[in-house]
Design a protein around this ligand. Structure first.
Ligand code: GUN
Length: 293
């Protein structure tokens, strides 16, 4: 079997077209959704993510307030900027790009963002709301994964999902979303991580494997059940002298071999990546709507 490839760019474009219409409707009511963006330092990957996020905002009509701060910015100044954005009615969502430089205390920074503007869904208030099944801003990458599954007609309800990776940004929230008693949940979830004893034993049982380990070739063809759905959240830069940049992006899955055994698979790039930004736009529009109500 050769897998059908899930075109994340196409799913993301469809969702962005829907969001653009929502934004146009809101503008008729005098509401312009706004996103405050903060990048500290010059990490090249973070820089390109932030640029892509701002471009995506502009494309659908969201106002973005760009703040690129020097790497030596103090905790106090960063917190003061977030507090200013918390109080700014033009800003419905605040995005502090991670990772932050080492001298900054990430938890404290994320806790300063008002839960009502926390469009990344990282504030403990939103994490708690998500866990108990209350209305919350859902973190963008896991929410994007669920949208990809739904929009590719994958049955989540009753499926066994094996997640490889237990990060706060992907693995943990994804597991919580997938076990919710809801039409987009009701899955049986296994979480594997670096201390899991026999990873292949678990992944071979999965109807859906979600790789979020941050390491190339974590999932190989011998580790999946024939016909499984494979979602690759990994984004790894590996050296490639044939590329102008000197590197290329690969996921956590051995795509070429796994695609011969899976029924559905996401590529890297062009799978989950475009969905992360789309869900950020979605949360920002949702926030603007809530503020207006
Ligand atoms: N760094 C890597 N992924 C993310 C994300 O989803 N949001 C933020 N703010 N930073 C990130």
């Amino acid at each position: 079997m050769t897998a059908r490839i899930i075109d994340g760019a196409k799913v993301a474009a469809d969702m962005r077209a829907e969001l653009k219409e929502h934004v146009a409707e809101l503008k008729k009511q005098g509401i312009v959704p706004g996103l405050g963006v903060i990048l500290v330092g010059q990490d090249p990957a973070s820089n390109s993510y932030v640029t892509a996020k701002e471009r995506a905002c502009a494309e659908i009509g969201i106002y973005s307030d760009d703040n690129r701060l020097p790497a030596q910015t103090s905790q106090k100044d960063l917190i003061a900027l977030i507090k200013k954005m918390n109080a700014d009615p033009k800003i419905n969502g605040i995005l502090v790009q991670l990772p932050l430089p080492k001298h900054l205390i990430e938890d404290q920074v994320l806790m300063t963002i008002s839960p009502d503007k926390d469009v990344d869904g990282f504030h403990p208030t939103n994490v708690g709301r998500m866990v108990v099944g209350e209305k919350a801003f859902l973190p963008c990458t896991p929410h994007g994964v669920i949208q990809l599954l739904i929009r590719s007609s994958v049955t989540i309800d009753g499926s066994h999902v094996v997640i490889v990776g237990r990060s706060n940004i992907v693995g943990k929230p994804l597991a919580n979303m997938l076990i919710q008693k809801s039409p987009t949940g009701n899955a049986t979830v296994t979480i594997c991580h670096t201390r899991t004893k026999n990873l292949a034993f678990h992944t071979k049982q999965a109807d859906i494997v979600i790789a979020a380990a941050g390491k190339p070739n974590t999932i190989t063809a011998d580790m999946i059940k024939p016909g499984a759905v494979v979602i690759d959240v990994g984004v790894n830069r590996i050296e490639d002298s044939t590329k102008k940049s000197g590197y290329r992006l690969v996921g956590d899955v051995d795509f070429e071999n796994v695609k011969e055994k899976a029924s559905l698979i996401t590529p890297v790039p062009g799978g989950v990546g475009p969905m992360t930004i789309t869900m950020l736009l979605y949360n920002t529009v949702e926030s603007a709507k809530r503020n207006a109500e």
